[in-house]
Design a protein. Structure first.
Length: 334
């Protein structure tokens, strides 16, 4: 099969995004491809040789996926301090990983003057071998925007990840991969009773898959200094409060298998009312310090926090923390 042209869906600051869609592919099949790009009036070609991708399975079978967040290093010493090149290489080179999912903040703090260039140089180019072989899900983070003010998503990111806004720039979606449903939420625009909240409730209610994984950027529970619990047990911060009061009860009601997020630059896993919460904000930016607060009252099980200084977990931002998934959801989920 040869595709002779692909439209440019976004072009600004010298970083065009091309897109093409291929119909008639077989499920759960590995395809190989070569990519060549020659822009109109250009004198040479660029591209990628030896790319592969696997289409999503429709039948139930086991598979592995990787989750990370906060790979966007925001400072001028990116070339020597960012851990994203090693994180992306580790995921790309792990043959067991079929699908990757990013929980936001992939390119630092974007702006109308340097945002698109930053997406290309600080995210896409270091990860070209990952992106050339693994399908990717993306949840918008608070730094993934064009103007530095949420909830407007960066148009380069919108084009790069084929993001679609159901309503009012709220970037949320759902995808099925084999026996698992992935639900991507946008904590920047989540409000209790709002359009995204209603959609989330309806999506969970209709889900029949034995595994449901939710992903968003900001965590409802965390021991990071960025998430401080008030006297009523509610974390400070508008986005976190809305998510805690709106999304968490829905995840408990419909027995979500796990919730993945970032924002806090650490690795932490906790359990509350049957839902596992995993923060993996070690994607390549600087690491956070933990606060002295105790949020154990929010959990029904133990908190598993990996110290940021642990050489066995974050040596030069080693990305892979294997976690065994929980059993399938109960059949009765009303």
């Amino acid at each position: 099969m040869t595709i002779n042209s692909a439209p440019i869906v976004y072009s600004d600051f010298g970083a065009p995004v091309y897109r093409t869609e291929i119909a008639g592919l077989t499920a759960d099949t590995v395809y190989s491809y070569n990519l060549a790009i020659q822009e109109t009036g250009g004198t040479g070609t660029a591209g990628y040789t030896g790319g592969t991708f696997r289409t999503a399975p429709t039948a139930a079978r086991s598979f592995s996926f990787a989750v990370w967040a906060d790979s966007g290093y925001k400072y001028d010493d990116y070339a020597t301090k960012s851990g994203w090149p090693s994180v992306s290489a580790a995921m790309a080179n792990n043959a067991a990983v079929e699908l990757v999912a990013a929980a936001g903040d992939l390119a630092g703090w974007n702006s109308p003057t340097n945002g698109d260039t930053e997406w290309e140089t600080r995210f896409a180019l270091p990860a070209r071998n990952l992106l050339a072989h693994k399908p990717m899900l993306f949840a918008q983070g608070n730094h993934d925007n064009h103007s530095g003010s949420s909830p407007t998503a960066d148009p380069y990111a919108v084009a790069l990840f084929n993001m679609k806004a159901p309503a009012n720039n709220q970037w949320y979606s759902t995808w099925v991969y084999g026996s698992a449903r992935f639900i991507v939420l946008d904590t920047e625009s989540y409000t209790v009773g709002g359009a995204q909240h209603t959609w989330f409730s309806q999506t969970l209610s209709a889900a029949t898959e034995p595994y449901v994984f939710v992903m968003q950027h900001i965590a409802p529970f965390s021991s990071s200094h960025q998430c401080v619990v008030d006297a009523n047990g509610v974390p400070y911060g508008y986005y976190t409060r809305n998510f805690l009061q709106g999304a968490v009860p829905l995840m408990e009601q419909y027995h979500v298998s796990a919730d993945f997020m970032g924002h806090d630059h650490l690795y932490e896993r906790s359990l509350k009312n049957g839902v596992v919460y995993v923060i993996d904000g070690c994607g390549g930016d600087g690491l956070d310090v933990e606060s002295n607060q105790d949020y154990s009252g929010h959990t029904s099980g133990s908190i598993r926090r990996i110290p940021i200084a642990s050489s066995s977990i974050c040596p030069e931002y080693t990305p892979t923390r294997w976690w065994q998934s929980p059993p399938p959801r109960p059949q009765s989920r009303a």
